[in-house]
Design a protein around this ligand. Structure first.
Ligand SMILES: CC(C)(COP(=O)(O)OP(=O)(O)OC[C@H]1O[C@@H](n2cnc3c(N)ncnc32)[C@H](O)[C@@H]1OP(=O)(O)O)[C@@H](O)C(=O)NCCC(=O)NCCS
Length: 153
């Protein structure tokens, strides 16, 4: 997959498909920007990230050649969305979500920690049901559906 620039958001941010050579940087990004918040390093297995990057299912936002946002999808469902700790609340997450426009999002939240459900609600996703985590095998993932899909469920 070539390193195609898909879109430019604001002046300094570029939204593009991840290059397959970037998978290690993306693994580190997940470990750094989810660490101490929801999950421990390695929560999203590096083999899964590598596979998704190579399949062209990862979109990143970059600023000055540095990744500041990552979204992993399988087309229909958004698997993971993480924004750099220092760049949150600048519309990067919403822009990635709107660009991918998935039917479903998988929300991973633990009690007592910031809950991203309201972020998805603000972007038009409504909770549907809890589904099993591929990592923990427990029903801890809240599946939310895009508003237009909800009427079909
Ligand atoms: C959730 C996340 C992806 C949002 O990305 P973002 O770029 O900060 O979001 P945006 O700037 O596009 O949207 C911000 C709005 O979403 C809501 N929001 C964002 N993060 C939120 C959070 N953690 N809790 C509650 N609401 C949140 C707020 O309404 C906010 O608007 P405000 O700043 O006017 O109050 C980002 O906070 C993040 O990476 N969190 C850690 C990882 C995570 O939880 N990922 C989702 C797991 S399924």
């Amino acid at each position: 997959m070539s390193n195609v620039v898909l879109n430019v958001i604001k002046d300094e941010f570029v939204l593009r498909k991840a290059d397959s050579r970037e998978w290690k940087e993306i693994v580190e990004f997940f470990d750094t920007h989810l660490h101490n918040l929801y999950h421990d390093p390695g929560f999203v297995p590096s083999s899964i990230i590598r596979d998704k990057v190579q399949r062209g299912n990862v979109v990143v936002v970059e600023r000055k050649k540095k990744i500041v946002g990552v979204a992993i999808t399988n087309g229909e469902t958004l698997w993971n969305l993480v924004v750099h700790k220092e760049f949150r609340r600048q519309d990067i997450g919403s822009t990635l979500l709107k660009y991918i426009n998935p039917k479903y999002v998988r929300i991973k939240a633990k009690g007592g920690l910031p809950d991203p459900t309201s972020f998805y609600a603000k972007n038009g996703y409504k909770p549907v049901k809890f589904v099993q985590s591929n990592v923990t095998r427990k029903k801890t993932i809240l599946l939310a559906a895009r508003e237009d899909i909800c009427s079909e469920l």
